[in-house]
Design a protein around this ligand. Sequence first.
Ligand SMILES: Cc1cc2nc3c(=O)[nH]c(=O)nc-3n(C[C@H](O)[C@H](O)[C@H](O)COP(=O)(O)OP(=O)(O)OC[C@H]3O[C@@H](n4cnc5c(N)ncnc54)[C@H](O)[C@@H]3O)c2cc1C
Length: 182
Amino acid sequence: MANQDNFESPDYFLMDELLTNEHLLIRKTIRDFVKKEISPIIEEACQSCIFPKDLIPKLGSLGCFGPFIPTEYGGSELDQISYGLIMQELERGDSGIRSTASVQSSLVMFPIYNYGNESQKNKYLPKLATGELMGCFGLTEPNHGSNPGGMESKFIDKGDYFLLNGSKLWISNSPFADVAIV
Ligand SMILES: Cc1cc2nc3c(=O)[nH]c(=O)nc-3n(C[C@H](O)[C@H](O)[C@H](O)COP(=O)(O)OP(=O)(O)OC[C@H]3O[C@@H](n4cnc5c(N)ncnc54)[C@H](O)[C@@H]3O)c2cc1C
């Protein structure tokens, strides 16, 4: 039977007064989505080891992927507080779903936006924003964990292509990712 989500958010310290009406609207939208689409199904999905992929386009259409990315690249150009509120609400529903959205946003879209060239930004960002493409970020390795100083993976410039070699583990989104930032 689907779980019912009766979460209420008492504001004992009047934190909401620090938020704008837009922030409150964004938070309410994601909170309603979590109550309707995530809470009822997530426990069974977890127990059955199934990632609910049908949530991906819904997360994209709600602006959960790269909300701070400029609109010209498919983002919503929201501030970082809005991004934090979106992730906070998703995290309440399920940490794994939040990881999917925050890895896509902060570890895949942000590096492409900040360090990518114009053609990479145009090619990847709009599709990552909708969830048509999913991304992962591979830092952690078996022998050195998430210490970049010990990283053994390397690439070799082969002239007309790069050869990337190494092993990674615990990489969120990697089982279904189309794009990997390594
Ligand atoms: C659900 C999940 C999703 C993940 N997704 C990703 C992902 O998408 N991409 C990715 O690259 N990685 C991912 N990881 C890996 C994650 O980033 C690392 O596991 C995490 O950063 C911890 O690093 P570590 O395993 O190297 O542990 P360590 O850094 O080795 O830590 C192990 C223990 O040693 C302690 N410790 C570490 N250094 C010191 C020190 N100098 N002095 C004293 N104590 C110390 C720590 O506090 C900790 O208790 C994921 C992990 C999980 C569990």
